[in-house]
Design a protein around this ligand. Sequence first.
Ligand SMILES: [Fe+2]
Ligand SMILES: [Fe+2]
Length: 210
Amino acid sequence: MEITELLPLIIADNKLHARWLNTLSLMENTGARKISASEDPLTVTYIILKHAAEEHRHAFYLKKQIERTGDTYCPTYAAGYLVAPEFSRYYLNILDVSVCRYLKKELGLSGKDLRFAAYLLVTYAIEVRADELYPVYQEALENAGSKVNVKSIILEEEGHLEEMISQLKKFSPQWELHAKHAVELESQLFEDWVQALSNEIKTYEVYKAS
Ligand SMILES: [Fe+2]
Ligand SMILES: [Fe+2]
């Protein structure tokens, strides 16, 4: 199933919807912690601080939206409160490892330079994804008449993509080539993640019907 087919099924079931929101919250939190971890304590900029703060807010905001599903049963990020828990938990790490491997091989980077370049490319690819996924989710929420909304996240994610592009331009004249490669790596991961979600939701629907 495609994500556009999965979302109405998720939104229609309060428990599943709560787990989905909790999973997005986990992924935002992983991103926020990753940005903070890659910060250089001396040279960290306004843009990086703003970005980390906003990703932390997204994690909190999504957690808070769970109340609006009428379900409050996701107190932590334990596997039982998530969808596709393993995959969702390691999504960003897998992407980070693949991007680092690419940067080492293609640009011979290491240490601090490698960390910064990986931050740029991984975050760029994630922002491209966020700019695609959140509007599709928002539309599905509106179609279902849900009380949940992610409009404030959409606005901030658009800003993030622009900020990543301006940082990438300063990083390399060939930034588009590297960014394209990061997006390809992320797209493969996204496809696998949707597949994992799809399998889990099919099993859940069969369980509900029995
Ligand atoms: Fe975000
Ligand atoms: Fe973002």
